[in-house]
Design a protein around this ligand. Sequence first.
Ligand SMILES: CC(C)(COP(=O)(O)OP(=O)(O)OC[C@H]1O[C@@H](n2cnc3c(N)ncnc32)[C@H](O)[C@@H]1OP(=O)(O)O)[C@@H](O)C(=O)NCCC(=O)NCCS
Length: 163
Amino acid sequence: MVEIRALKESDRGHLRALELFCIREYLEASMNKNWDNLPQDLMDQLGASSKGSFDHYLDKGLCYVAVEDGQIVGFAFSQMIEHVNNVAKVLWIESMAVHPDHRRKGIGYKLLKKLSTEAKKKGAKAVQSIIMPDLVSSVMLHKKLGFFMDGRKVAFLDLDSMQ
Ligand SMILES: CC(C)(COP(=O)(O)OP(=O)(O)OC[C@H]1O[C@@H](n2cnc3c(N)ncnc32)[C@H](O)[C@@H]1OP(=O)(O)O)[C@@H](O)C(=O)NCCC(=O)NCCS
């Protein structure tokens, strides 16, 4: 039986391993990127469980893990942001995944539902979630909960490298 519970400090190591495992799976399958060729400093920065992000999410985020037989098998990192697209309080989901051995058992759905329910209790009016449009599982999961997708994509500018 899977338990969905709030993120805690002691999850750090297992969560890092699981998130990196899922990022690697995505990069190798979708972008033909060879994981072993990625520079270590880039790898260290990937994901919401990275050193620079975990503490912030633990402290200020709305984050849950799915635990089965004492093992973390899924996770979701999100945080509340103020006023986007004319909506005063929006939950923004940065990262979620379920270990491949535990997929299609309803865990992703439970995580996303939990985030949305807790965000609503805290006054959020909407949820925005970063998804990979080429990942059918991710798109279908969000659709099952009632998310809609228009043509928008997120554009990102690294201000440290801006001329
Ligand atoms: C997306 C992901 C989190 C879904 O987790 P999951 O626990 O397998 O999802 P669930 O079992 O709760 O599935 C819920 C619904 O999503 C849809 N879905 C999930 N995986 C699917 C797939 N491979 N193909 C089609 N629909 C799928 C189905 O509608 C499913 O409901 P159903 O089983 O009643 O048909 C998981 O596939 C994953 O970790 N993928 C890699 C990382 C990723 O894509 N993260 C999301 C970025 S936002």
